[in-house]
Design a protein around this ligand. Structure first.
Ligand SMILES: NC(=O)c1ccc[n+]([C@@H]2O[C@H](COP(=O)([O-])OP(=O)(O)OC[C@H]3O[C@@H](n4cnc5c(N)ncnc54)[C@H](OP(=O)(O)O)[C@@H]3O)[C@@H](O)[C@H]2O)c1
Length: 294
């Protein structure tokens, strides 16, 4: 019984691979750019390739009893949308050909609408392809904003002593730790306790605003007065491009931040016992920032 894992160098996938190995599962991972030598040493079978290559995907999924799938985000890709659409189709068709019986997909709040802003629009298409697989039990984990995204602003915070984005500072929205997403994904891949095509929301334990998040980051970094500034969209886009993102991706991410200000995609999304995950932002930041300083 082997479980195939996409994205094993990434934030969620690496933690899923680790949890599965700890549980004694056999895993096969897809090495893309970052080497997966540590997983190989721990017994994982490592295949090399890209999610744009049908044969690499088929090799990854053949013989798997279950698979973790995701739509990789290459933020430097000038054709981000078109390539993610290609990957969506390639992943679904390889799963079909390999007849993988159980699939857990990393998706996002907002993936229920084709017109959702930013990268989740690609996840709408991804889910549609996965839910079109008649012989596959598929569970889409629709996560809120990953807390881990906040760490991308650490260089700005450390160099300029400010935090900011185009998101309104006082707007509260759900944030989830990738460790909780990975815990759910690994558990479901092992238990395979889902049937047909299912969706599960993962919303973290609380809604948090960027001002609150900034104040927590500031106090943990010894910068108690760290301000959060709502930057004009054009300035955010320039900063994202300067950080190496393609023009297309920078526009998508700014569009997503502006949509958040209008209440999308979280309007009508309510936290329940089922969708609540344990890690609070303060706990996540304590661990993440302690590691960062070590
Ligand atoms: N960010 C959010 O707030 C959020 C919220 C909800 C859902 N999501 C979804 O969650 C998914 C996983 O997030 P994450 O943070 O774990 O991602 P991540 O840290 O960016 O990791 C991406 C993984 O995909 C691999 N990869 C990149 N391009 C690839 C390609 N062309 N072919 C095969 N593999 C490739 C990367 O490997 P290399 O590094 O070796 O290239 C890495 O292992 C995202 O793709 C997104 O769809 C994100």
């Amino acid at each position: 019984m082997m479980i195939a894992v996409m994205g094993a160098a990434g934030r969620v996938g690496s933690q899923v691979a680790d949890l599965l190995l700890r549980e004694g599962a056999s895993i096969r991972v897809l090495e893309h750019r970052r080497p997966l030598a540590t997983l190989r040493q721990r017994g994982a079978e490592v295949m090399i390739g890209t999610a744009l290559d049908d044969e690499a995907l088929l090799a990854l999924f053949t013989g798997a009893s279950a698979a973790l799938v995701l739509l990789p985000e290459d933020l430097a890709d000038p054709q981000f949308v078109a390539n993610r659409s290609r990957m969506s189709r390639a992943i679904a068709s390889a799963l079909r050909e390999a007849r993988v019986p159980y699939v857990v997909a990393l998706s996002s709040v907002g993936a229920d609408r084709a017109d959702t802003a930013g990268p989740p629009a690609g996840l709408w298409e991804f889910e549609r392809h996965l839910f079109g697989l008649d012989e596959t039990n598929a569970l889409a984990l629709r996560s809120a904003f990953y807390m881990d995204n906040l760490l991308a602003n650490l260089p700005l915070i450390q160099m300029q002593r400010i935090n900011g984005s185009a998101v309104r500072g006082d707007l509260r929205f759900p944030m989830v730790a990738t460790r909780d997403v990975a815990q759910e994904a690994a558990g479901r891949l092992i238990r395979r306790d889902f049937a047909g095509h299912q969706v599960k929301l993962l919303l973290g334990p609380e809604d948090v605003s960027m001002e609150e998040a900034t104040s927590l980051i500031g106090s943990l970094l010894g910068l108690p007065d760290l301000p959060y500034i709502q930057f004009p969209p054009a300035r955010v886009k320039d900063a994202l491009r300067a950080a190496g993102m393609s023009d297309e991706v920078a526009s998508l991410l700014v569009g997503m931040q502006l949509a958040l200000n209008q209440g999308r995609p979280f309007t009508g999304i309510h936290r329940t016992v089922e969708s609540t995950t344990p890690t609070r932002l303060v706990e996540f930041l304590r661990d993440a920032l302690a590691v960062g300083r070590a």
